[in-house]
Each structure stands twice: as C-alpha cells, then as structure tokens.
Write a new protein. Sequence first.
Length: 171
Amino acid sequence: MPALKRPRQELFVRNLINGAKKGVTQRQAYIEAGYEARGDYADACASRLASSDKVKARMDEIIRPPLRKSRVTVESLLAELDTTVKDAREAKQHAVVVNALKLMADLLGMLRTQIEVGRVGEFDGLTPEQVIEQIRDELGEDAAAALAALVNPRTIPSASEPEQITAISSE
C-alpha cells in the first residue's frame, strides 16, 4: 500500500508510530499532523481517524516487516537435505544422515507408510490363511509370504534356530 493520499493522514500515522515509544497520544499526533481541534473534539477526531480502515492498514504495513516471498519446492527441499547429508557425513552423524535420506525418499514418493488393499471390512470373517490366500491372488507370492511371516513369525528362521542348508553337489 502506498502512502496515504492525504498528507496529513500519512503524517498522523507516522506520528503515531514514531511517538508510540515516547508516549505520544493520538491527540498529540493529530495536532502535530496539522489538524486543528480543541479539547475533547481533538480526542474524538484523532480516535476516529486512528480507527479508520485505511489508517489501520497503513500502520500495519509500516509496522510489520515485509514478508519475504519464498517458494518452497520439492527441489529446494531436496537440495537442503542433500547439503544436510553431506555435512552430517563429514561430521560422522549417521543418525542425521539416515533421517535425511528417509525424508528425501519420502519426498520423492519412494516410501509408502500405508498400503490399503481392498475395501473396508473386506477381510472381516476370514481366517488368516484365507486372507493370505486372497493377498496371494491379488498381489502375488512375495506379498503373501511377507504377510504370512507377519502373521506367523515362526515361518522365519530365527538366529537361535540355524537354517538347514542343503548342499547341491555337481556330480
């Protein structure tokens, strides 16, 4: 917003702003801006002018610092994260590196935090085996095996149970 069209109004705004720390009243700012009024009439006129929309808008514009326009894009965030990763690697801050890489992957859409399969309630009333079979039909063997491992952790060999390795001989 440019300066107010009426010079006395602009001066009134500036007097209010500059005099605020010195305890200048609206009445004093009004009179110093060149308006002529006496007694309570000066207080009423100053108050009316100070509460007008254009004066309030001009005061806000002067008082508030201008907002810096910044365009945050995926590219700008990735560039910042790339710098963070480089700095963290130099400082051997591995947790920071891991977190930054996770954020980068998330920004690029490489991570999925939740995958919904089917409609709500579609698996109600099914046994775990039936759900796994349905997943096998819709998403394939790998997805079914992963779900089976979650449902029944005994299907994954633990460190305490060594896997039996069968050697294939080439005779």
